[in-house]
Write a protein that binds this ligand. Sequence first.
Ligand code: FES
Ligand code: FES
Length: 178
Amino acid sequence: MRLIRFRLNGDDVHTSCPSHWTLLELVRYQLKLTGTKQGCDKGDCGACTVLLNGKPVLSCLCLAANAADQEVTTIEGLRPAHLKAGGTGSDPIQEAFDACGALQCGFCQPGMMLSARALLNANPNPNREEIQEALSGNLCRCTGYTQIVQAVETAIANAAGTKAPVPAWQTDLDGEKN
Ligand code: FES
Ligand code: FES
């Protein structure tokens, strides 16, 4: 067993786990933060993405010991951090994914949203290519990615006070009506 002290979603955590455990196993099975998904468990899908010191990492490939004395953010930490910063509701990325219907089964969403949050923290105004690049490690088997990219563009537009793209589901509905 290994003792680990780190910051998790803004709180100090002092815990222990087997030395060979990954960060994914620590947060999901020891600390019960099940928003972090165990997909491929070998670095392919991005479902296990968390932020380590603000940067996206694949927690299935990161030993829990590597989080010692570091700052980890899981999907459960986005809303509290947003509220603490004076915001209302959920993180604007979460709101935009909801508004754009950028999910189906939801399995990829925590990782997708954390990658998007890290992108916008580093660059509040990325272009579409930069969004696609930032999300390229997060696989989605359901949506086809259009709404996901639109959701990030919507969060950007909402923050800038500019016109948000019309969600794909809306244009589809309009198309059906026309
Ligand atoms: S579960 Fe980590 S990359 Fe798929
Ligand atoms: S919404 Fe199902 S995998 Fe992305």
